[in-house]
Design a protein around this ligand. Structure first.
Ligand code: ARG
Length: 461
């Protein structure tokens, strides 16, 4: 039975019912709906709507229902109830009869759905924080194992200056750190309870909304009923957290897809996260990473969709807002899956240190060092830059790295070149000179690693 039958004399068209029902997706709010209802029943005792005895009976039935939905949430899908709120109410009526019909006193589905969804966001948000943390730990472990692994660093996908594999991994730890704190901020902001705002104007019972909020685990109650039932900022914010983090994950995926190519050969991905070709027997494709890279599209798309749904919606609740759930669920599920999958990829990744070293040595990545050397000998940087450019052209012609050119060859470009140029051209020297905070000097990387390790260890999970 629908919750609102009294005013209607005709049944809904089955096609409209199907179009209107949200149970096929909002069944995922079952736990939150029951928990919110338990708190609501307690609040109703304080305003004299329920006796303590009635509340005890109702709460027992709701605890029973909670256990049932926790054990098998999909069972809800068998019902043809309109939404999860109707389903919970009908289940209570089936268990405790007319008493179940008292629970909705003073409440609207508008404040109820807002409450359920925020409770769901809190639970899901906590899971996502854990998943981000888990991936950060994996990256730190990779960094620890590869402090000395030289990797060519790129700009414009041209070999630019050498870095280390540790430095690469720690770059993603930083991106995820921002994702973590962005999500924490969003979760803190949404931590106010809508319940007791009624349909839009507030409830006509003198509910202590602050106490009710605390009972449900919120930090407090929202301030304006009209805003509260119309507000889905938190949905957009969480989707934005997901979008930006997915953009980070797509860059992580793309880096590794490139490192894994036959041409680069810097890493080898495990059989556990790759797949073969039905036609070409030699292939081992980086599907896990490609899917991470690809799924950013649907997450960003869901955020855009939600923002368009909310644009110019008049206050307060409108049925348009029922469109909030599928996109949010999908965006957060996808983000969680991708964080997990990225961890799995790192689990068994093999880094080919000989290949990364050869590539770092081969790309004239020490050309800046040679320019700095000339500067130290008194040549203005712009001139030094030009001289080294010519030397690189020559080195490419004779197919040698700069450090393999003889002194006589180097002196064709500048007479200030001397024997002391060779140590400057070594990878060790190139890396070792980046001593300022955030650079690739071994001491800096060791410090960055130690700092990341202690930051993660100190985090309250
Ligand atoms: N299924 C609805 C939603 O998800 C619940 C709120 C319905 N409120 C209403 N006034 N019809 O938004």
């Amino acid at each position: 039975m629908a919750l609102w039958g009294g005013r209607f004399s005709q049944a809904a068209d089955t096609r409209f019912k199907q179009f209107n029902d949200s149970l096929p997706f909002d069944y995922r709010l079952a736990e939150q709906d029951v928990l919110g209802s338990i708190s609501w029943s307690r609040a109703l005792v304080k305003v004299g709507v329920l006796t303590a005895e009635e509340q005890r009976k109702l709460e027992a039935a709701m605890q029973d229902l909670l256990a049932q939905v926790q054990a098998d949430p999909e069972q809800i899908l068998q019902s043809d109830a309109e939404d999860i709120h109707s389903w919970v109410e009908s289940q209570l009526i089936a268990r405790v009869g007319d008493l179940g019909k008292k629970l909705h006193t003073g409440r609207s589905r508008n404040d109820q759905v807002a409450t359920d969804l925020k409770l769901w966001c809190k639970t899901q948000g906590a899971q996502l924080l854990l998943a981000i943390h888990g991936l950060q730990r994996q990256l730190v472990a990779v960094a620890d194992a590869h402090q000395g692994t030289v990797l060519p660093g790129y700009t414009h996908l041209q070999r630019a200056q050498p870095v280390t594999f540790a430095h690469w991994a720690l770059a993603y730890v930083e991106m995820l750190e921002r994702d973590y704190s962005r999500l924490q901020d969003a979760l803190a902001r949404l931590n106010l309870s809508p319940l007791g705002c009624g349909a839009l104007a507030g409830t006509a019972y003198a509910i202590d909304r602050e106490a009710l909020a605390l009972d449900m685990g919120f930090a407090g109650a929202t301030r304006n009923s009209l805003d509260t039932v119309a507000d889905r900022d938190h949905v957009v914010e969480l989707m934005n957290c997901a979008s930006l983090s997915m953009i980070h994950l797509s860059r992580f995926a793309e880096d590794l897809i490139f490192y894994n190519t036959g041409e680069a050969g810097f890493v080898e991905l495990s059989d556990k996260v790759t797949s073969g070709s039905s036609l070409m027997p030699q292939k081992k494709n980086p599907d896990a990473l490609e899917l991470i890279r690809g799924k950013v599209g649907r997450v960003v798309g869901a955020q855009m969709g939600m923002m368009m749904t909310l644009k110019a919606l008049p206050l307060a609740y409108n049925k348009d807002m029922q469109e909030d759930k599928e996109g949010l669920f999908d965006a957060l599920d996808t983000w969680h899956d991708c964080l997990d999958m990225a961890s799995l990829v790192l689990d068994d990744i093999k880094v080919n240190q000989a290949r990364t070293l050869a590539a770092a040595q081969g790309g004239y990545a020490n050309a800046t060092e040679l320019a700095d050397y000339l500067v130290a000998k008194g040549i203005p940087f712009r001139e030094a830059h030009h001289i080294v450019g010519e030397a690189v052209v020559y080195a490419i012609q004779v197919a040698k790295p700069l450090e393999d050119l003889s002194l006589a060859e180097l002196q064709q470009f500048s007479s200030v070149m001397a024997e002391d140029v060779y140590p400057v051209l070594s990878l060790e020297s190139t890396l070792g000179k980046r001593v300022a905070k955030g650079g690739v000097a071994p001491d800096q990387i060791a410090a960055a690693l130690a700092e990341a390790q202690s930051r993660l260890a100190a985090r309250q999970l």
